[in-house]
Design a protein around this ligand. Structure first.
Ligand code: KG4
Ligand code: ZN
Length: 348
């Protein structure tokens, strides 16, 4: 990599769950291409991601997705200066597909390999949106697999402040959607239906909201929605009929409970970590009601709020631009680096 080169290019790969993605990002963090092949149609009828199906689909899609990202960026593989890939956390079989492709390319092209933490990358999507340094900050990643709060000291120093003790918020959206007879992924559909409902119709629990700890729990809420929809086991009172309006009220009341907790915990974390910037990323951050509530809270606290742009909220490879931060600091990975599916915070 010579410094007189007109541009330096990073190829980032992402295959941690059910999206196969590749992106080309230049050294100034400009996203030149971002290609995402979703597998939603494959997992829809199961109401969630089936790991075996996901791995197989990644194998089929990874090469066409890389080709398309290179083509859309108007470059060639020989111009790529480094390869970034999400190696944790995620589904083991899915992660392995991206890592194997990344290792092969790094070896053949003789360029550095950068192992990226998928959750930290979700927060880095905020830096891409801002186009400048956004650290230090408090960061919330709220997706189908994770609900984590971090004190983000720098783009490579993330301290976990709290996380979910059971379901992730996005997972709760997906499971509640199933209860209400909606398709997968449930988040966007719940948001749509909730717009016609009353968020105060049912007083669902706001677990840990009044608690000092910065953890989350959504499984009790999920069960409360199930009982409200289908009746409490052993109760003689029949459930309210699931009319269209009742479904909308359940969706709106559920969404309000999740958002109250997420926004409340962000506020607590900002005060505890004494930060004046809040970064929010992950699939649930695509939710408009959530975005509006975050904006209100940030205005009230005079905190700068940076939410990942919608296209970089759900899984994508552009957020793998965080690989540049590793490269800048000489944090390369050897070619025998492995995936660490359960690792939430990367130990370096
Ligand atoms: O970040 P992501 O694409 O994948 C993971 O890393 O998990 O997040 C997907 C999750 C799903 O659970 C989906 O239901 C949720 O994000 N989601 C939403 C919305 N859009 C996606 N949840 C609530 N409202 C939305 N508009
Ligand atoms: Zn994700």
């Amino acid at each position: 990599m010579s410094s007189d080169r007109p541009r330096q290019l990073l190829l980032a790969l992402e295959s941690s769950c059910d999206e196969t993605a590749a992106a080309v990002i230049d050294r100034q963090r400009k996203v030149l291409s971002s290609v995402v092949a979703t597998q939603h149609e494959l997992h829809e009828r199961f109401g969630g991601v089936v790991p075996e199906i996901a791995s197989r689909a990644h194998v089929e899609r990874i090469l066409p997705v890389i080709d398309e990202a290179i083509r859309q960026a108007g470059t060639t593989l020989s111009e790529i200066d480094a390869i970034a890939v999400a190696t944790n956390p995620g589904l083991v079989g899915s992660l392995l597909v991206g890592l194997t492709a990344a290792k092969t390319l790094a070896m053949v092209l003789d360029v550095p390999l950068l192992a990226v933490n998928h959750i930290e990358a979700h927060l880095y999507a905020c830096q891409i949106a801002a186009g400048r340094n956004v650290f230090p900050a408090v960061g919330l990643v709220v997706s189908g697999g994770h609900t984590n709060l971090y004190d983000c000291r720098s783009p490579v120093e993330f301290e976990l402040l709290g996380s979910t003790t059971d379901d992730a918020a996005g997972e709760a959206f997906d499971k509640v959607a199933q209860v209400l007879g909606l398709d997968y992924p449930g988040g966007p559909l719940i948001e749509k239906i909730a717009a016609k409902g009353d968020p105060k119709a049912i007083a669902f629990p706001r677990t840990f909201l009044k608690d000092e700890r910065l953890d989350f729990s959504f499984s009790g809420l999920k069960t409360a929605v199930l009982y409200a929809a289908r009746g409490t086991p052993g109760s003689r009172t029949p459930p309210v009929p699931l009319t269209e309006q009742r479904i909308a009220d359940l969706a709106a009341s559920f969404q309000a409970a999740v958002i109250d907790v997420l926004v409340g915990k962000c506020e607590q974390a900002l005060l505890k970590a004494n930060r004046s910037t809040l970064l929010v990323g992950g699939g649930v951050a695509a939710n408009s009601v959530f975005r509006n509530r975050l904006t209100e809270m940030a205005d009230r606290l005079s905190v700068e709020l940076i939410i990942a742009p919608r296209e970089y909220c759900t899984d994508n490879a552009a957020m793998g631009a965080i690989g540049w931060e590793l490269l800048d600091r000489g944090v390369f990975s050897p070619l025998d680096v492995d995936v660490t599916p359960g690792l939430v915070r990367k130990q370096r």
